[in-house]
Design a protein around this ligand. Structure first.
Ligand SMILES: Nc1ncnc2c1ncn2[C@@H]1O[C@H](COP(=O)(O)OP(=O)(O)OP(=O)(O)O)[C@@H](O)[C@H]1O
Ligand SMILES: [Mg+2]
Length: 257
């Protein structure tokens, strides 16, 4: 079953064709990767799916609903979550508070109940705290929960951002370069984490990544973009042997590696 259908989307910035007539489907429960050179249009595709930008042309269908033009918050409510290429954590807030802020949004904790401090307020708050704790355990960040986010090594900050995105219970999670800045053992750990996320939360995941070992290991299917266009779609095996992909992105040395 398709959870997301991208139909001929195009986005121009002035004279730059950031995304040009791109189409692909995402199946429920799969891990799909998007690869391509710097400036190829990968993050722009995420920004179109999440509503940061509206496409000049084309359609985006999520769970059968046309979301092409609806605002970002409505897409979040429908079940689309993301992380950012440049991390957007609340740096001086604690690790716990970073995730709690998202858990509270989802728990429908609101201003009125926080002012009146009714029974519902305490119930929602304790549910959100419980969920936050579980997520931090899942990412092995629970021992450091009171530290400020900024105190974490870079790789763990990336994990924290994924934890915060999951606190909103996304059915579809978009992750922009999760392995950037990670050391090799953190990358191996990250492959495990994504498989665990998929099993535990049944989340469908789209990953943008330059780290090829990671991509080849984690994805069932890969989309390759270059100069805003989709140039190939296939299994890791098909992609790494495709002449156009090697020329545009992977380079000859990848074959012999
Ligand atoms: N808001 C914007 N205004 C103008 N140009 C933009 C904007 N966002 C993206 N672009 C341009 O669109 C093109 C695609 O950018 P995008 O960030 O999607 O690439 P990317 O594939 O994510 O690259 P990278 O691997 O470096 O992150 C680039 O030429 C970029 O400069
Ligand atoms: Mg990018």
């Amino acid at each position: 079953m398709k959870i997301l259908e991208i139909k001929n989307i195009t986005k121009n910035f002035g004279g730059i064709k950031a995304v040009s007539n791109v189409s692909f489907d995402v199946k429920k429960g799969e891990i799909l990767s998007i690869i391509g050179p710097n400036g190829a249009g990968k993050t722009t595709i995420f920004n179109l799916i999440t509503g940061f930008y509206i496409p000049d042309d084309g359609k985006i269908i999520f769970k059968g609903i046309d979301i092409t033009k609806i605002p970002t918050y409505k897409r979040i409510n429908l079940g689309i979550g993301r992380t950012f290429q440049n991390l957007r954590l609340f740096k001086s807030m604690s690790i716990f508070e970073n995730v709690l802020s998202a858990s509270l949004v989802k728990s429908e904790y609101n201003l009125l109940s926080s002012i009146t401090r009714n029974k519902n307020f305490y119930l929602k708050k304790s549910e959100a705290e419980h969920k936050t704790r579980k997520l931090l355990e899942f990412f092995s960040l629970d021992k450091k929960e009171s530290y400020p986010a900024i105190s974490l090594p870079y790789g763990e900050q990336r994990k924290l951002e994924i934890a915060r995105a999951l606190a909103l219970d996304p059915e579809l999670l978009l992750v922009d370069e999760p392995a950037a800045g990670m050391n090799p053992s953190e990358v191996i750990d990250l492959i495990d984490i994504f498989h665990k996320i998929q099993e535990t939360f049944k989340t469908t995941i789209i990953i943008i990544e330059h780290h090829m070992d990671f991509v080849m290991n984690i994805s069932k299917r890969i989309i390759v973009v270059d100069f805003g266009e989709k140039i190939m779609e296939g299994t890791p095996e098909e992609v790494k042997n495709d002449k156009r992909v090697i020329e545009a992105y992977l380079g000859e040395e990848f074959i012999s590696a």
